[in-house]
Design a protein around this ligand. Sequence first.
Ligand SMILES: [Zn+2]
Length: 68
Amino acid sequence: MMFPVRCFSCGTVVSEVYEEYHERLSNGEKPDDILDDLQITKYCCRRMFASHRLQNNKDLFDDVMEYK
Ligand SMILES: [Zn+2]
């Protein structure tokens, strides 16, 4: 599944920072530090990144969709 453009809960655009997030994650930075730095402060938005990390388990992300 593609990374969603907006947060399911609050509608904040999150896709524009995903590429940088993913790149920095690959460089070994901690997800919390990256999200703080990118000013993704709301938990509903941070959830979008945290759940998308589990790319090997696509079913989990689809399950989350049911609870929006
Ligand atoms: Zn949000």
